[in-house]
Ligand binder design. Structure first.
Ligand code: ADP
Length: 193
């Protein structure tokens, strides 16, 4: 069992790298952002509810996200491992995830912290918005998402540092090189399993 959290600001390339990790290590990809967008695309009651937050660049409330996590995890208990992408994003979510995994004796092995400078993040997000069609990729909302990241999500770096689980990854490099560094970090934790 291999449990990985990929952590980083919006625009750091978490989604791109997660797709590669899933392929190479045969893990289940749990992206709360993808799950929430799917609900929005299908125009479900939940989708309508969460769009109020996402379109403003705010976090969706913890109880909604945690219910999604529990439902998804329950349906994938036979997986050889998970990559958590865009989750957890608050201390409450991180504690809930630790509780869920500890109960099953399958803790998080490593937290890949993808680091990218702020100027580069904004350039990427706004550039992506031109073809992603994402309603939250405008300059104004991107700035808001970065603010939310700093206030609500960055404290998780210390939370996981205390657990000795952070592997810093330089996300300013080309995609293949970032992936190379990620693989090295994953191999290092696999070696001590
Ligand atoms: P990015 O990392 O580029 O912001 P995501 O797809 O991870 O992209 O998230 C998009 C939006 O979905 C967030 O701005 C937030 O509103 C919502 N969201 C995703 N995951 C969570 C989460 N774990 N907790 C709360 N809100 C979330």
């Amino acid at each position: 069992m291999l449990n990985i959290v990929i952590f980083g600001p919006p625009g750091s390339g978490k989604g791109t790298q997660s797709a590669r990790i899933v392929k190479k290590y045969d893990l289940t990809h749990l992206s709360t952002g993808d799950m929430l967008r799917e609900e929005m695309e299908k125009n479900t009651p939940l989708g309508k509810q969460v769009s109020e937050y996402i379109d403003k660049g705010l976090l969706v409330p913890d109880d909604i996200v945690l219910k999604m996590l529990y439902d998804y995890a329950a349906g994938h208990m036979d997986s050889p491992g998970f990559i958590f992408d865009g989750f957890p994003r608050t201390i409450v979510q991180a504690e809930a995830l630790d509780n869920l995994l500890d109960k099953r004796g399958i803790p998080i092995n490593v937290v890949l912290s993808v680091e990218v400078e702020e100027k580069e993040l904004l350039k990427r997000i706004v550039g992506r918005g031109e073809d992603s069609g994402r309603t939250d990729d405008s300059m104004e909302i991107a700035n808001q998402r970065l603010d939310v990241y700093k206030k609500q999500t960055m404290p998780l770096i210390d939370y996981y540092k205390e657990q000795g689980k952070i592997a810093p990854i330089n996300g300013m490099q080309p995609v293949d090189e970032v992936f190379g560094d990620i693989c090295q970090a994953i191999e290092a934790v696999k070696a001590v399993q």
